[in-house]
Design a protein around this ligand. Structure first.
Ligand code: C5P
Length: 281
């Protein structure tokens, strides 16, 4: 088989409502997730099962068994009863790591699709989903990369129609540890109701919602607050929020053109930040 590849798109939490932790310390949540037309690239080509990585955020990423891609490969092998030894796996890491946009989970999801195609074409969706669920709370949503309301701990998905949204993603270059942000959230100990049904104009609706992890993430990394102030200073920004446990923030704009304009201004202001205009769907 020749090379096959797949986009591992960035995930954005348009809202993220987080309830009090359960007995295991995990948080039930409700979130509206959408996906960008931009992300990492994962490919399989003839080889022996090695992982290689390049791209702007490759540095510091392990190519060993602790890489989420190889964890997904091992779990796929166990589930499908196969050995992945006819292909090498290549990742082009375009998305910042530990940044609240699901890059690692998306990489795992993309490799699972490719492995099914190459090694187990009859594997049902439910079985692939069960493997993805083992890669983390975002594993299933990032396997399908389709807009959805996520409940449970992020794995119970209800598909939802969201209009295509022009957006800018900005990450100031701090890695946000998800467990640390959840811990800071628990330390405050104020938990609001997590229900929210999408209705009417998306931006008007989003103003009635929250990302509960925003304040604790800003308390840990004040630069996220500076990113917000910067996003809100520009006319092109209709709505600004942090995604996931941060530090990536997004601005919604009226048009793709506005998103490109805003991205250019942000690049001037934040020369070392990662900035990307995209469409979310
Ligand atoms: O599943 P994932 O590896 O993405 O989760 C990272 C950490 O985030 C967990 O170990 C847990 O501390 C926290 N988490 C949580 N509640 C969730 C999802 C993640 O407390 N619903």
């Amino acid at each position: 088989m020749s090379k096959i590849s797949r986009l591992a798109p960035a995930k954005v939490n348009l809202y993220l409502h987080v309830a009090a932790p359960d007995v295991r310390g995990y948080h039930p949540l409700r979130s509206l997730v959408v996906f960008a037309d931009y992300g990492d690239e994962v490919s399989l080509s003839p080889g022996q099962g090695r992982l290689t990585i390049d791209g702007p955020f490759a540095e510091g990423l392990s190519t060993g068994e602790d890489n989420l891609i190889l964890k997904a490969v091992r779990r796929f092998e166990a589930a499908a009863g196969v050995t992945v030894n006819r292909h090498d796996i290549h990742l082009t890491k375009n998305l910042p790591v530990a940044s609240g946009i699901g890059g690692g989970s998306a990489d795992a999801g993309a490799v699972l699709h490719l492995l099914r195609e190459a090694y187990a074409p009859d594997m049902p969706d439910a079985a692939l989903e069960a493997v993805a669920a083992q890669t983390g709370a975002d594993g299933v949503m990032c396997l399908w990369s389709k807009s959805a309301i996520a409940e449970g701990y992020g794995e119970v998905l209800t598909p939802v129609e969201v209009p295509s949204l022009a957006a800018v993603l900005i990450n100031p270059g701090v890695e946000c540890s998800t467990p640390a942000v959840f811990k800071a959230y628990d330390a405050v100990g104020r938990f609001e109701p997590i229900g929210a049904d999408i209705s009417g104009d998306v931006v008007a609706f989003l103003r009635t919602t929250r990302n509960d992890l925003e304040s604790p993430a800003i308390a840990l990394h004040s630069v996220i607050g500076e990113v917000f102030r910067s996003l809100e200073a520009y006319d092109e920004t209709r709505f600004a929020r942090m995604s996931g446990s941060g530090a990536t923030c997004f601005a919604l704009c009226d048009t793709r053109e506005d998103a490109e304009k805003l991205a250019a201004k942000l690049r001037q202001n934040w020369p070392r930040a990662w900035v990307r205009a995209c469409m979310l769907k």
